[in-house]
Design a binder for this molecule. Sequence first.
Ligand code: ADP
Ligand code: ZN
Length: 433
Amino acid sequence: MIFQKDIETMPRKDIEALQLVRLKRLVKYCYDNVPLYHQRLTDAKVFDGERIKKLSDIQYIPFTTKDDFRDNYPFGLNAVPMKDIVRIHASSGTTGKPTVGVYTKDDLKIWADCVARVAAAGGVTADDIIQISFGYGLFTGALGLHYGLENIGATVIPASSGNTEKQLMMMRDYGVTGLVATPSYALYLSEAIKEGKYPLSDYKLKLGILGSEPCTEAMRSQIENNLGIYVSDNYGMTELGGPGVSGDCTARDGMHFAEDHFLPEIINTDTGERLDEGEVGELVVTTLTKRGMPVLRYRTKDITKLSYQPCSCGRTHCRMSKTMGRTDDMLIIKGVNVFPTQIENILIEIEDIAPHYMLVVTRENFRDALEIKVELTNASLLENYQSLNNLRAYIEHKMQSILGLRTKVTLVAPKTLERFQGKAKRIVDLRNQ
Ligand code: ADP
Ligand code: ZN
């Protein structure tokens, strides 16, 4: 089912024409209403849009960064008076001040619309009963999915996160057909079902609408096999208004952007130069319709690529590949750049180990060292030194040959590494301590 067929299957040239009109309107709106943008657009000689004649002229507009959100915390980037704001959300702010997002009534309507598209593209219909196991609160994930799912008429259960036994009880008792969670939590729930006294056949689960953190295809398959469900991925962030920015269709060959509301670009992280279709770089997004807190060319720090090729699902909006991760998460070990997702891809293919791992980075004698702690699936292997050693050496060899990286692998007993109810935190960096 295509939720908004006329928009989601619009001919490419019509999308671009619409984007240009909206981009010009947005630039004027930012110039008129947000002091920071007024200054920057003046400095860049874009003013209220004079230099924007075609879409690629967006390159003349300066980037917006996470620091801009922090420096203007909480409401410095607002474009409307507080009386027009009806909702405030914020990111967790683990690394400083939280990032705040504000919404007008219209912003909320568009947000619910975009999330509804993502959910419909992932297979949700009005017949579904969906449990939202994202933490409710300031986090955009839970309420974002909540209103989007209601919008397509699905039955929503605002379970929030935590209390796994209760989550599972609700799933069985209410006949839940779809789960909204992080991939990490879906994995955790699948383990809990396996160990619990109710077999998988007592659950009616068939869909996973997972997002908010990177999930490799290998990890997705594990989750699908464990839970017997079909999983789709969706992407978003607080700065852009939350989830609903892009999401998988059933072709699962990249997540379709809501291009009538978001204008994506890929840039070279070091030079800021715009890259072509298919080239990997940092995703930059302009919000074309947000009124409360519009954003010009936001540097997401997420590494991905874009495709404008037609998709078998019929949607014409461009697609972004699954992200490799954030530039912040990239580890540089002895000069080799590596994303945790690359390590995950290798680990998941290996038998006898579980998809639970931690990456510990240390500095010994001025050299970086990476230890990969990974769980065994079978504790009895711990008693067989030879097999254990062979497995360890095999994983180290794989890392060396695929990533060109010398690592130290430590195999640990089943169920000893941390499990995550929200986003996973798999990197422990001890270098600056
Ligand atoms: P959210 O509330 O959507 O999780 P945050 O602002 O807390 O928003 O975090 C946004 C970041 O989470 C993104 O920049 C990206 O790094 C990550 N993220 C969100 N969704 C996905 C996804 N589907 N795949 C990979 N990373 C994602
Ligand atoms: Zn598609």
